[in-house]
Design a protein around this ligand. Structure first.
Ligand code: IP8
Length: 252
């Protein structure tokens, strides 16, 4: 057993059909759940925290209501649309993991996190529940969500930002971002290592479907800020990452 502490993001575009509102990609979620359950059963993972993105659940509702990481709302209906869709998706993820014997427990960021100084201020994310669940042998599963934001009501927090915050606060050994692409691409080729944002600024295009939190460029920026190495890889590589391989693009 590697004993590594891992934080893994399942991209919303991986586990949902991002172009059709509130549509799960069942086979993709099954495959990701198989990879996670298999690695846990084989004892190749130490501690594991999972974060999933919004895909066609959160992003669809956030964009309908004009919500993003920079713009919030005081409309409780809008808050519930976004949060409700994300808890529905979270439930799907939990169910598939439970079916495979993974002791996954939900943590909903709307109930936990805040931006007490507004959209540009620090993220306040208490990690006592995540850390304690981890040490008690559970697999915490967080997700992109609404977040209480001073001056804005409720804005959006992306799974990527949660991954970065959790990895730093929980002293993760490795971070994995499972995306629809096999890594950060330059002219169709996977960039093997990124150490500076400027190295890849030109090749990081905008996301191709509704994404209110910034696509690949924002992901890379946030992952560069971490001490632990981060890897961006495609769905087929999830199992390898969980078993200690270094797939896709390494960001550090
Ligand atoms: O898909 C955003 O999370 P992401 C979640 O990780 C919402 O950017 C609520 C749109």
């Amino acid at each position: 057993m590697s004993g590594d502490r891992l934080v893994v993001k399942l991209g919303g575009s991986v586990i949902t059909d991002k172009d059709r509102p509130e549509t799960l990609d069942g086979p993709a979620l099954d495959a990701a759940s198989d990879a996670i359950a298999g690695a846990i059963a084989d004892d190749t993972v130490g501690d594991l925290v999972i974060v999933h993105g919004g895909g066609s659940f959160g992003h669809h509702h956030a964009s309908e209501h004009g919500l993003s990481t920079a713009t919030g709302t005081h409309d409780v209906g809008a808050v519930m649309d976004v949060h409700g869709a994300m808890t529905t998706l979270n439930r799907f993820v939990l169910d598939r993991l439970h079916e495979r014997g993974v002791d996954a427990v939900p943590i909903h960021p709307l109930s936990l996190a805040a931006r007490p100084e507004g959209v540009d201020g620090e993220l306040a994310l208490p990690i006592g529940s995540t850390g304690t669940l981890l040490s008690e042998g559970f697999v915490p599963v967080l997700h992109g969500d609404g977040i209480a934001t001073a001056g804005e009501g409720v804005s959006v927090i992306s799974g990527d930002e949660l991954v970065v915050e959790l990895a730093a606060a929980l002293d993760a050994d490795r971070v994995g971002v499972c995306s629809t692409v096999p890594g950060v691409l330059d002219d169709g080729e996977v960039v093997s290592l990124i150490e500076e944002f400027e190295e890849v600024a030109d090749v990081l295009g905008a996301s191709d479907a509704t994404d209110v939190s910034g696509g690949m460029a924002a992901k890379v920026r946030e992952l560069l800020a971490l001490d632990a190495p981060a890897f961006v890889f495609g769905p087929n590589e999830l199992s390898g990452f969980l078993r200690g391989e270094d797939p896709g693009t390494r960001i550090e």
